[in-house]
Design a protein around this ligand. Structure first.
Ligand SMILES: [Zn+2]
Ligand SMILES: [Zn+2]
Length: 232
């Protein structure tokens, strides 16, 4: 997009969605400086593999046994409070412009915690859901994130099966069954790459795991799931 067009888009966006803090209502930014400091960060100690809080700071019990699958999962925030509101606005209330400041937090985290990869891939939506919503919130985050960290982005994954939305499926096993074989990856450029797989929220990790299976079958070397938030 040219700078002029980008400027124009911002003016139009600001007109329809005036920038107001989702925490305190102050006009100016979607998350003001004051509220930014109060965001629910997911702080260490965490499991080095799955990224869940873990007092040892090494591996959680489940990950000691696990050899394959996703190489690591990291999330910037706990899916709570203002971050829950932000994701809701992004996903269900068409506030696409909030993707930029949220991705900014992801880029800061990636720099501080060395999230390494050479290509950014968003978790895809099924075409049916994409048509309903008009956009993929994870792709918006991925585009903004890739722009800041200066990495290429690839939409190499597709969702071949429209699984039930995760909110309606309760336990981890059901979630895993629900997304199993739901993704496919057909792209030769992805062979031997180190992927940063982006999603908005990680619940059980089942979606990220299912995407990883498809990516690794296509020849990807390494996958780090990186999400804005995590349900704890
Ligand atoms: Zn505020
Ligand atoms: Zn773990």
């Amino acid at each position: 997009m040219t700078d002029r067009l980008k400027q124009l888009t911002e003016i139009v966006t600001d007109f329809f969605f005036p920038r107001q803090c989702i925490g305190c209502g102050k006009v100016g930014d979607f998350i003001c400086d004051q509220c930014s400091k109060k965001l629910p960060r997911l702080l260490p100690p965490i499991c080095q593999k799955c990224g869940k809080p873990e007092s040892s700071g090494i591996y959680c019990q489940a990950c000691w046994k696990k050899q394959d699958g996703i190489d690591a999962i990291r999330s910037v925030f706990i899916f709570n409070g203002m971050i829950r509101t932000a994701v809701h606005e992004l996903k269900y209330r068409n506030l696409r412009a909030i993707a930029a400041p949220l991705a900014g937090h992801m880029a800061d985290y990636a720099n501080e915690n060395i999230i390494s990869g050479d290509i950014v891939v968003p978790v895809p939506l099924h075409i049916k859901r994409l048509r309903q919503r008009g956009y993929n919130q994870s792709e918006l985050l991925a585009i903004e994130f890739a722009g800041i960290v200066k990495l290429p982005i690839s939409n190499c994954l597709s969702r071949t099966r429209d699984s039930q939305p995760q909110v309606r499926t309760s336990n981890a096993n059901m979630r895993r069954e629900n997304v199993k074989n739901a993704f496919s990856c057909a792209n030769k450029e992805i062979i031997d790459r180190h992927v940063i797989l982006i999603d908005d929220v990680c619940t059980s990790g089942a979606t990220l795991e299912a995407c990883t299976v498809a990516l690794k079958q296509a020849g990807v070397k390494n996958v780090v799931g990186f999400t804005l938030a995590r349900e704890i």
